[in-house]
Design a protein around this ligand. Structure first.
Ligand code: RTP
Ligand code: MG
Length: 140
């Protein structure tokens, strides 16, 4: 599989606990390169649009509240098979089910406050990257 890009968010529980560097160290140790990165405060509109696929789910309101509760770090990661690789490095959505060594196993507090987001397909990665970055923001 050729070089690929995925979209990542270090969520508010990561910025609150000052562990963004520790999470980035796991990302880089896995061979993924951080080719764009910005710390932002997500607006309600951005969070609702970003998680639109989940809008009918019971946790949607809580999710939007959480994602706007503090700063996040939005990132573009690049590497071989980056989408699948980052999902593997992140671990299961519920940290109780996440494999040893994964970011969520090491750092996540709960299924809601689970430290990181990663795109679930190459098509969604393109859509998500475009919501936060232009080509000029990415230095590969
Ligand atoms: P993400 O989109 O953030 O990378 O996480 P994911 O693919 O592993 O999980 P997904 O099913 O897409 O859910 C998106 C985010 O919603 C929150 N969530 N809360 N309270 C709950 O039962 C629940 N379920 C999901 C999590 O923050 C999850 O990452
Ligand atoms: Mg998801």
């Amino acid at each position: 599989m050729a070089n690929e890009r995925t979209f990542s968010i270090l969520k508010p529980d990561a910025t609150r606990r000052n562990i963004t560097g520790a999470v980035n160290a796991v990302i880089e140790a896995a061979g993924l390169r951080i080719v764009a990165q910005r710390r932002i405060r997500m607006t309600r509109e951005q969070a609702e649009k970003f998680y639109e696929v989940h809008k009918e789910r019971p946790f949607f309101g809580e999710l939007v509240e959480f994602m706007t509760s503090g700063p996040v770090v939005v990132q573009v990661l690049e590497g071989e098979n980056a989408v699948a690789k980052y999902r593997e490095v992140m671990g299961a959505t519920n940290p109780a089910q996440a494999a040893d060594g994964t970011i969520r196993k090491q750092f996540a507090e709960s299924v809601g406050e689970n430290t990181v987001h990663g795109s679930d397909s190459a098509d969604n990665a393109k859509i998500e990257i475009a919501q936060f970055f232009t080509d000029a923001d990415i230095a590969a």
